[in-house]
Design a binder for this molecule. Structure first.
Ligand code: SF4
Ligand code: SF4
Length: 436
C-alpha cells in the first residue's frame, strides 16, 4: 500500500505546496511516528490554506491518512491557528472516530510554519539544528500537499492551486487557478491593480519574492500574490536589503541585540546570533571569523530585518552573504535548549502586520469558486527542489489536459510536470509555453 501511494504521488508530480517545493514522493519514504498536516498559514494576510481547509476538509483528513500509511505513522495531527475558526469547524466535522487523528490549535504568531518551530509546538520534540523532522520520526506536509496526494490517488495530477491575491487590488480573494497562469491574468481575476505603480511580492510579505514582471507564472508553490505600490515601505525595505553592504553593517549596527532576542531559531536554542553575524561581517570579515557563524541555521524568516532592527539593517542578508561566500560553518550543537523567555518573545501576527504597514490589507478575503481557463500557460521546468524537469514534448505538438509534459531524469531528485490546459506546445525552453 505504501509503495502504491508513493508511486501515485510521484506520477502526479506532487511537491511541497507550502512554498518549499520538495518532491513529496521522497518525503513520504521517511519512516515516521507522526505526520503533521501544516495548516497554520504562516505568512501574514494569506488565506489560501484556510480556504482549502474550509472547502475540502474531508480530502485533507484523507490525505493525512494516506501520508500516515505511506510513512508508517501511527498518529496524525492537523495544526491550525486557533483564530481560523471556520477551518477548525470544517475539519472537526470530518475527524475519524476510528483513527488517531487530532487537531492542534496554534497561537497566532510568526513564523510558526517553520518546521523546526511547528514540530516543537505540536509535539514538544526538537528537530536537530540543520536537521529535518524525519530525523526525529516526524513528517510535516502542508495541507495543500495532502489535498494533492488525494488527487494523485485518483490519478489526477497537480495542475491547479489555490492562490490568494491581496493588497492593492480591487477585489482581494482566493481563487483556484491553473499552474502557469500569468500574474497579469491572475490580477484581472482580482479586479485589477489599484495603483499605477505596482510592485508584487510572490508569496507572503515576509518570505515572498519581490518581482515586477506580470508575465511571470503561478507555480506549484505560489500560495499568494501581494500587490503594493512601489513606494510602500515594505517594497523599499526589500529593495534596500539587497544593497545592504558590509560597510553599512559596520556603520549602523550598534549591537543592540534586538535581532538575536527576536530570532525564532535563536529562541529555540539554535546557535545562531544575528547580531554576531552583523559584527563579524561588518568588522572582522576574515575567513576564520566568518567560519564561526552558523549562517546555515537561519530559516530566512525575515523577522530580524522586518521587525527587530530599528536601523533598517538585514542580518538575514548578512547570513546569506556568509553562505554565498561558501564559508565553512561551525558545527551547531546537537541538542538545542529553548530560551526560557521564548514564550514572551513571540511576535504576534497582528503586531507584525502593523509594523509592516499592512493593516489596511488585513481584511477578510473571500474564496471565489470561478473556474478560469487561460489561452496559454507558461510552465517553468524548475518548480521543485532538485534537478529541473526535461521537456517530453516538442514544439508544435498537441497536448491534452493533464498530460505529462516534462519530468526530471530517472535517478535524480525532482518531479513531473503536467499540462493544465489542452493546446499546442509553442516553446520548450527555458520553460514550456502551451497555447490553446
Ligand atoms: S537589531 Fe539591528 S542594530 Fe541591533 S544588533 Fe541587530 S542588526 Fe545591529
Ligand atoms: S531571518 Fe533573521 S530572525 Fe529569521 S532565522 Fe534568520 S537570523 Fe533569525
Amino acid at each position: 500500500m505504501a509503495t502504491d501511494i508513493i508511486k501515485a504521488v510521484e506520477q502526479a508530480g506532487v511537491v511541497g505546496a507550502g512554498g518549499a517545493g520538495f518532491p513529496t514522493h521522497i518525503k513520504l519514504q521517511a519512516k515516521a511516528g507522526v505526520v503533521i498536516a501544516n495548516g497554520c498559514e504562516c505568512e501574514p494576510l494569506s488565506h489560501s490554506d484556510r480556504h482549502l481547509m474550509q472547502n475540502e476538509p474531508q480530502a485533507i483528513i484523507e490525505g493525512l491518512t494516506l501520508a500516515m500509511q505511506a510513512s508508517g505513522a501511527k498518529e496524525g495531527i492537523v495544526a491550525v491557528k486557533a483564530k481560523n475558526k471556520a477551518a477548525i469547524q470544517a475539519l472537526s466535522a470530518h475527524l475519524p472516530q476510528d483513527k488517531p487523528i487530532s487537531l492542534h490549535e496554534l497561537k497566532d504568531y510568526y513564523p510558526i510554519g517553520d518546521e523546526h518551530l511547528l514540530v516543537y509546538e505540536v509535539t514538544g520534540k526538537l528537530v536537530p539544528p540543520q536537521g529535518i523532522p524525519p530525523q526525529i520520526e516526524v513528517v510535516v506536509c502542508n495541507v495543500a500537499t495532502l489535498y494533492n496526494i488525494v488527487k494523485a490517488m485518483q490519478k489526477v495530477p497537480v495542475t491547479h492551486r489555490y492562490v490568494t491575491v491581496m493588497g492593492e487590488v480591487a477585489e482581494p480573494k482566493t481563487v483556484s487557478v491553473p499552474i502557469g497562469l500569468s500574474l497579469g491574468e491572475l490580477l484581472v481575476l482580482a479586479g485589477g491593480n489599484l495603483t499605477d505603480n505596482p510592485a508584487y511580492i510572490l508569496g507572503g510579505p515576509m518570505m515572498g519574492q519581490l518581482v515586477y514582471d506580470e508575465k511571470l507564472p503561478v507555480t506549484k508553490t505560489t500560495g499568494a500574490l501581494l500587490v503594493l505600490d512601489r513606494n510602500h515601505s515594505l517594497i523599499l525595505k526589500k529593495r534596500f536589503r539587497v544593497k545592504n553592504s558590509r560597510r553599512q553593517a559596520a556603520s549602523y549596527c550598534y549591537q543592540c541585540k534586538d535581532c538575536t532576542q527576536t530570532c525564532p531559531r535563536s529562541l529555540l536554542g539554535h546557535d545562531l546570533s544575528p547580531h554576531e553575524t552583523m559584527r563579524q561581517t561588518g568588522y572582522a570579515a576574515t575567513k576564520a571569523a566568518l567560519s564561526n557563524i552558523n549562517a546555515g541555521l537561519c530559516s530566512g524568516c525575515g523577522l530580524c530585518e522586518a521587525y527587530a532592527c530599528r536601523m533598517g539593517l538585514s542580518p538575514l542578508e548578512a547570513n546569506r552573504r556568509v553562505l554565498k561566500d561558501k564559508t565553512k560553518c561551525a558545527s551547531p550543537a546537537a541538542v538545542p535548549t529553548p530560551h526560557p523567555l521564548r514564550d514572551i518573545r513571540f511576535v504576534p501576527s497582528g503586531r507584525l502586520i502593523s509594523r509592516l504597514g499592512l493593516r489596511a490589507y488585513n481584511i477578510a478575503v473571500p474564496y471565489d469558486s470561478v473556474r478560469y481557463t487561460p489561452q496559454s500557460v507558461n510552465l517553468p521546468l524548475n518548480q521543485h527542489v532538485g534537478a529541473p524537469a526535461k521537456a517530453l514534448v516538442s514544439k508544435g505538438e498537441r497536448v491534452r489536459v493533464g498530460q505529462l509534459v516534462a519530468e526530471t531524469p530517472t535517478g535524480e531528485l525532482g518531479a513531473k510536470l503536467h499540462s493544465p490546459i489542452a493546446g499546442r506546445v509553442v516553446e520548450t525552453e527555458p520553460g514550456l509555453l502551451i497555447k490553446h
